[in-house]
Design a protein around this ligand. Structure first.
Ligand code: SAM
Length: 172
């Protein structure tokens, strides 16, 4: 990622402050799938709304993003989370196994097999991306079915695509 991309995300988060903690959208109505103990990872966490929610649920959380402004917003709400500034283009800066991994609205296909490897047996994976499904597509959007192809070998508990998004909830 270029410095200007990071500056763009910083600018987007500046002045927004902390967000409302909450589960990833793909888990709506399925929040009980998330355990109340263990290790969790929130990748490309932005302002950390999901990471804070996971920490309040009882998990020990690592949260990674390239934007120091986003991370600072999360840190203000939950200093107990390990907030990690890193460029995910360089790979995963943490080591599993994790009981829960969330990657919401960030796409890096090279990380897909790495995420599976970082999941503990029985661990829960929640991923969503902007998709060409139900949309005109574009350079940042995944081709329809990308997540199902990447994670279909797991126990897929929920899969949805349309209106420009694809999401998957799966267990290892
Ligand atoms: C659409 S936001 C999603 C944030 C959060 N997951 C959510 O759902 O609210 C995308 C996030 O990805 C982060 N990001 C983009 N490229 C990145 C990279 N190469 N490494 C780490 N984080 C990155 C941005 O800083 C931003 O916080």
């Amino acid at each position: 990622m270029s410095a200007s991309d990071r500056e763009r995300w910083d600018a987007r988060f500046t002045g927004l402050g902390a967000g409302e903690p909450g589960p990833p959208a793909a888990l709506a109505g399925r929040e009980d799938l998330v355990p109340t103990a263990g290790r969790a990872l929130d990748l490309a966490c932005g302002r950390g709304t999901v990471a804070v929610w996971l920490a309040r649920r009882g998990l020990v959380v690592d949260a990674v993003d390239v934007s120091p402004v986003g991370l600072a917003a999360g840190r203000a709400q939950a200093p107990e989370v390990r907030w990690i500034e890193a460029d995910l283009d360089d790979g995963l800066p943490v080591t599993g196994p994790y009981d829960v991994i969330v990657c919401q609205r960030f796409r890096e296909p090279a990380l897909y097999p790495v995420l599976v490897d970082a999941l503990a047996p029985g661990g829960l994976l929640v991923v969503s991306v902007l998709s060409g499904a139900g949309d005109t597509g574009g350079p940042f959007r995944a081709p329809p079915g990308e997540l199902l192809a990447a994670f279909g070998a797991l126990d897929v508990l929920h899969h949805a695509q349309g209106q420009g998004e694809e999401s998957v909830v799966a267990r290892r």
